[in-house]
Design a protein around this ligand. Sequence first.
Ligand SMILES: Cc1cc2nc3c(=O)[nH]c(=O)nc-3n(C[C@H](O)[C@H](O)[C@H](O)COP(=O)(O)O)c2cc1C
Length: 184
Amino acid sequence: MSDPQDLAAFLDLGWQRLTRGVVDRHAAARHPVFATVSPEGAPEARTVVLRGASRRDGTVEVHTDGGSDKVTSLCANPRAQLMVWDEKAKLQLRLSTRVSIHQGEDVGDRWQNVPDGSRIAYGASPKPGTPIPNAHAYTKLASRDWFTVLICQIESIELMQLIDPHRRAVFSADDNWTGEWRVP
Ligand SMILES: Cc1cc2nc3c(=O)[nH]c(=O)nc-3n(C[C@H](O)[C@H](O)[C@H](O)COP(=O)(O)O)c2cc1C
């Protein structure tokens, strides 16, 4: 391991583990927990697939159904946190973000790259979360109209590593990602 006091190297490790999630379906960062706040102020957390991560832009990307509750919540409050526990690296990552919602023409050529088998994740009748009389009383629409891209602009990254001794740091976009150590 590199110098454990090296903040920049710690952030490098965080980005390495994060970006791996985009290309490797077995990586821990493949499935972050994505947490939002409902219009009523209630916390909501759920698993998603990490579809993109750009250190240059300071963004991560998630795809979802435009009819899902998380989109309603993000319209009311665009702040979201993504959390990953990467057991191999003994590293917890928490990304505090501000989310923009993209649909229709705004999603570019992403829909063409969604495999046929995965398209059923986008669009449902009735809408996701609607009470139904039995488990299968719904239709999946596989519709480009409901395909929604969430671009999460990262405001800060908190890394917490359970090595001995533990270490924790916070890196903020406002501070140009210089970072500071925190008590774990
Ligand atoms: C392994 C796994 C991966 C998932 N990936 C996504 C995803 O990429 N996008 C998504 O919207 N929901 C995904 N889900 C479903 C969400 O966890 C959640 O059940 C759904 O989006 C409805 O959430 P909401 O009602 O809070 O909006 C995934 C669930 C699991 C278990």
